[in-house]
Write a protein that binds this ligand. Structure first.
Ligand code: ADP
Ligand code: GN1
Ligand code: MG
Length: 367
């Protein structure tokens, strides 16, 4: 790959050994620009993840990096106490020559580097039950490891990130502005959202009434934000820590179901392929309840299915909002990409609404 001057400047700022052999775009995240770096050193090949943080989404990157430094140091201590491998079981930041955990380039862009987690894979779709089960245990366990983290020291990296009511209001604002005149072409999707205003309140209201506890959560629990060991099949590391903040456990659960229990990709065009696989849902419920190891309250457990519906609804609404606003938030790779994503989410919501009693019965089995 031709390395442009910005990437070169960033690479030179970090304390690497050896000779750069390769720099390639990596992964399928929607937010940051991610590259895999390969260096040839006297000890062999060493690889790293280089990321340009998305400054228009994460408007306070210094605070964000404070969160990540704090959380990864905390996790490292816990992993060490449990006799684990600190190099693979959490993200490890590489520092700059100046000893900083990030670099600001001459254009004002923020960069960070992590050790590359070798012999592990981040999956965009569930390939077998075990991977999904493992990811559930790992996300539950992750929350437990952070249960006594001093939450007051965490910055809110995106304000109102999973405030579904606020997302609903933002959708309405985008609809009113309709800057590109796209609303006329998506009337059905718009109506789908408008019909569910009261649904949007469900979890926010329980939280506001103090019935659901605020916990330190990941907030972006997609399957591809977890690394699965290629040999043992165990989920070894939770990645993408940009949104670790106080939040609801049911939302962490719900986002995993939204992405992982779907029978199709998030951007599948053929909606007949999209549904919520109740078997995968059950696999995840089992793993998540085990991973949380008794930490969930009765109401949190009861609300897990609602978390799945609401996170899927919220995500679909966010894709639709971005479509109406001209695709300024999520990276798109084709015309109408956000609309395709929105449609899969709404298809899933409808399917989950129909399966709600079965989803509840499954939770009953494992609580
Ligand atoms: P985004 O916020 O854009 O989703 P991520 O931090 O999730 O960015 O990174 C994008 C992808 O890069 C991940 O899905 C994963 O495939 C890969 N990745 C990120 N960090 C590492 C790491 N430390 N080791 C190996 N792969 C990684
Ligand atoms: C984004 O960063 P990534 O690709 O893991 C988004 C999530 C959405 C997801 C939809 C910071 O996740 O909230 O659920 O896309 N992250 C941010 O795929 O907005
Ligand atoms: Mg990611």
């Amino acid at each position: 790959m031709e390395i442009n001057d910005n990437i070169k400047e960033a690479i030179e700022a970090f304390a690497f050994d050896g000779l750069l052999e390769e720099c390639i775009p990596f992964g399928s995240g929607h937010i940051n620009d991610t590259y895999r770096l390969t260096f040839r050193t006297p000890n062999g090949v060493e690889r790293f993840i280089l990321q340009r943080m998305n400054k228009s989404i994460f408007t306070r990157p210094v605070e964000l990096m404070e969160n990540i430094s704090g959380v990864t140091s905390w996790l490292k201590k816990k992993i060490q106490e449990n006799g684990g491998d600190t190099q693979r079981e959490t993200l490890n930041l590489v520092h700059t020559h100046e000893g900083m955990p990030y670099y600001v380039d001459s254009q004002g862009e923020y960069w960070r580097v992590y050790l590359f987690i070798e012999n592990a894979t981040s999956f965009d779709q569930v390939e077998n039950d075990n991977d999904f089960y493992q990811s559930a245990v790992a996300f539950g366990h992750f929350q437990r490891l952070l249960a006594d983290y001093p939450a007051e020291t965490l910055h809110e990296t995106i304000v109102n990130f999973h405030n579904t009511v606020d997302r609903f209001d933002k959708f309405r604002t985008a609809l009113k502005a309709d800057v590109l005149g796209r609303a006329a072409g998506v009337k059905e999707e718009i109506q789908f959202v408008l019909d569910r205003e009261s649904l949007a309140h469900t979890l926010c209201d329980l939280q506001a009434q103090g019935q659901l506890p605020l916990r330190v959560t990941h907030n972006d629990t997609k399957l591809n934000n977890i690394m699965i060991d290629d040999f043992t099949g165990k989920a070894i590391c939770v990645i993408d820590l940009d949104t670790v903040m106080p939040g609801l456990s049911v939302n962490d659960f719900g986002d995993s179901i939204r992405f992982g229990a779907s029978t199709a990709a998030e951007d599948e065009k053929d909606l007949s392929k999209v549904s919520c696989d109740l078997h995968l849902y059950e696999v995840y419920v089992k793993g998540y309840v085990e991973g949380c190891a008794g930490a969930l309250t009765d109401l949190e457990t009861e609300m897990l299915p609602m978390g799945a519906i609401l996170m899927t609804f919220e995500c679909g609404m966010r894709f639709l909002t971005d479509y109406l606003e001209g695709d300024t938030y999520f990276k798109i790779h084709r015309e109408g990409h956000n609309l395709d994503r929105c449609r899969t989410q709404f298809k899933l919501v409808r399917d989950m609404e129909e399966k709600l009693s079965q989803m509840k019965a499954i939770v009953e089995k494992y609580k």
